[in-house]
Design a protein around this ligand. Structure first.
Ligand code: DX5
Ligand code: ZN
Length: 218
């Protein structure tokens, strides 16, 4: 079954709670929260304060995507703010294994993220330590970019690796996914779909969430 993770990066931050409530009530599974520091990626978004205030008002699974340098320094704050899943970029972690163990030891589900150009081989020796693998299908930093088609091969390859090892790991894909291309992302083997602009910039947010969910059931 496909799980839908609306990315609040494309929400209206002036009425963030309303937007979040809308996707929650329409049947979203995760809330995808993009944390950007202006160093690892060329954009700045939000920090733990905002995550914490949403936590008191929302029951979705908080899927925190850290696009920051030195993630180890901030993981405890995001745990405290209410993250359920924390994903770190391979490219930002000098000691990836240690960082993953650190997330686990704080009682949160660890995820690992790969940029479009980063090969699957980089996670070969930690794959059994994570609950989720997030494949970027755009270069991280901004919402509303175009889906990079090569990601489909990467998803297929990862799906084979996970199934051959009999592992229960979510394959999440992030960037440029909309109602027209989500089906091929799922068919390639993904089971968690991030969508930002396709949801929050649509005319009817609730309807769009429902339409995504329907496509995920087919
Ligand atoms: C990009 C972020 C994404 C972004 C996706 O760096 O990680 O989560 O919000 O937005 P769309 O779905 O518009 O590509
Ligand atoms: Zn993201």
């Amino acid at each position: 079954m496909m799980k839908l993770a609306p990315s609040i990066l494309s929400a209206d931050f002036g009425k963030l709670y309303d937007d979040v409530k809308k996707v929650e009530e329409a049947g979203a599974d995760f809330l995808h929260i993009d944390i950007m520091d202006g160093h690892f990626v060329p954009n700045i978004s939000i920090g733990p304060l905002v995550v914490e205030s949403l936590r008191n008002r929302c029951n979705l699974i908080f899927d925190v995507h850290l696009m920051i340098e030195n993630p180890d320094n901030y993981i405890p704050q995001f745990v405290k703010a209410g993250a359920d899943i924390i994903s770190v970029h391979v490219e930002a972690c000098r000691h990836l294994h240690r960082t993953i163990q650190n997330i686990k030891s704080l009682g949160v589900s660890p995820g690992v993220v790969l940029n479009p150009a980063t090969p699957l081989e980089t996670i070969e020796y930690i794959i059994e330590d994570v609950d989720l693998i997030l494949l970027m299908s755009v270069n991280p930093g901004f919402g509303g970019q175009k889906f990079i088609e090569n990601t489909l091969f990467k998803i297929e390859k990862l799906r084979k690796i996970i199934d051959n090892k009999n592992l229960k790991i979510d394959i999440e894909v992030d960037g440029g996914i909309n109602l027209n291309n989500v089906k091929k992302v799922i068919d390639a083997g993904a089971n968690v779909i991030v969508a930002g602009s396709a949801i929050f910039e649509s005319d009817d947010v609730s309807k769009t969430v429902e339409n995504f969910k329907k496509l995920g059931e087919q």
